[in-house]
Design a binder for this molecule. Structure first.
Ligand code: PLP
Length: 404
């Protein structure tokens, strides 16, 4: 029997969650409702290549299947299995990262960044996060009771970090800076000079750098980006990477962190990270057996992935530029575009109305943060060209019908 309303004790969520935003999944709730009503949604919202025409390289599946059959179904070592740790170490060395002090595997970069922020930041301190950002960083920082502190990415300068803004925002409580390159949500790839300047600011101000390089094999033109840690062997850097995006297995939850810097300087911090890694036992065990074959085996799928992404990116940029009230800096990496929309509605209202009326699912820019007075949407251009074309035609029709 249900209790009467006056006897019902409502279980409130913690107040700290008020600062947690995860618009990517939040907007999906409305889309699911429409899908239940029989509407076909054009999903340009979630960065999962496996939801589209990308398939996991079969040799990775074979490696995990073999590991399961060979009985690697118990707990793994807390830092990860030796062959995966060695392969990640070797890959970091190929990227010219020196002074490597720790390598560990986690349940995706998501867990790595949670653990590494938790091991560093005290309540009331702050970490510089980009604006716009990948929202998990600010969500974890909110959970830790850190003060928000974000630096602007400059749309007028191809979404490169605004170095003057970074300099202005560093204060006595600043412990670290997050640098996501290639970037989610803008698709920007940072110049060598920008990375050197960030490294220099971190060096002068005793900041740890969190270099999130999960899209570094998905650069769509030019040379692969330089690892920030390679430019600053003396600075404490945690470089994040994983199999989710480049190796097309986001559901396996395989990520890692590589800590570099002066051994004596990072020792207590690494002990803190290891303590948290031990407390959560281990990350997925059989999936770790895919790491060596991924990093050292055939890389053929990457050329195909980048080829598809290049034409989908070009289609996206062309469509945005042909749409009234919309402008778009061309992304150079990853699979995201962050076009600007100049409309009387808020970006959230716009995205909701577009979803309800035309069934095109984007994410509003406020979900990532954006410079005051600007409005954006994030587009994930993983879908095939026919789907993208339909979505962009619907988007253009919607804007023309409502705002022109
Ligand atoms: N970092 C960035 C910049 C991302 O875009 C994502 C996922 O979209 C992640 C981390 C999380 O990756 P993982 O699947 O390894 O947890």
């Amino acid at each position: 029997m249900s209790p009467s309303p006056e006897h019902l004790h409502i279980v409130q969520a913690a107040a700290r969650l008020e600062r947690v935003r995860y618009a990517i999944r939040d907007m999906a709730v409305l889309a699911e409702q429409l899908a239940r009503e029989g509407k076909t949604i054009l999903p340009l919202n979630i960065g999962d290549p496996l939801s589209f025409d990308f398939r996991t390289p079969p040799h990775l599946i074979a490696a995990v299947e073999k590991a399961m059959r060979d009985g690697y179904n118990g707990y793994a070592p807390s830092l990860g299995i030796p062959e995966a740790v060695e392969a990640i170490h070797a890959e970091a060395a190929r990227k010219k990262i020196r002074n490597i002090q720790s390598v560990f595997l986690t349940a995706g970069v998501s867990e790595a960044l949670d653990i590494c922020l938790t091991a560093l930041v005290n309540a009331g301190e702050n970490v510089l996060t980009p604006c716009p950002d990948y929202p998990l960083y600010s969500a974890v920082l909110a959970k830790l009771g850190a003060e928000p502190n974000s630096y602007l990415l400059d749309e007028a300068n191809d979404w490169q970090p605004d170095l003057q803004d970074i300099a202005r925002k560093i204060n006595s409580g600043t412990r670290a800076i997050v640098v996501s390159n290639p970037n989610n949500p803008t698709g920007a790839v940072y110049s060598h000079q920008t990375l050197e300047r960030i490294a220099e600011m971190a060096r002068r101000n005793n900041l740890v750098i969190f270099a999130d390089e999960i899209y570094d094999k998905l650069v769509l033109e030019g040379a692969p980006p330089t690892s920030l840690a390679a430019l600053a062997p003396d600075v404490p850097v945690v470089t994040f990477n994983g199999l989710s995006k480049s190796y097309l297995v986001p559901g396996w939850r395989v990520g890692w962190g590589v800590v570099s810097g002066e051994a004596a300087a990072v020792k207590p911090y690494i002990e803190g990270i290891h303590q948290l890694l031990r407390a959560r036992l281990c990350s997925n065990h059989p999936q770790q057996f895919a790491v060596r074959p991924a990093l050292e085996g055939p890389q053929d799928h990457l050329a195909e992935v980048r080829g598809k992404l290049r034409s989908r990116r070009d289609l996206t940029v062309r469509a945005c530029r042909m749409t009234p009230h919309m402008s778009c800096v061309a992304p150079r990496g990853a699979f995201y575009a962050f076009p600007r929309v100049d409309l009387p509605d808020s970006d959230e209202q716009f995205v909701k109305k577009l979803l309800v009326e035309k069934h095109v699912l984007l994410v509003h820019g406020t979900g990532f943060g954006q410079a005051p007075g600007t409005k954006h949407v994030r587009i994930v251009f993983l879908a095939d060209e026919e789907t993208l074309t339909r979505a962009y035609e619907a988007l253009r029709a919607f804007i023309t019908e409502h705002y022109v």
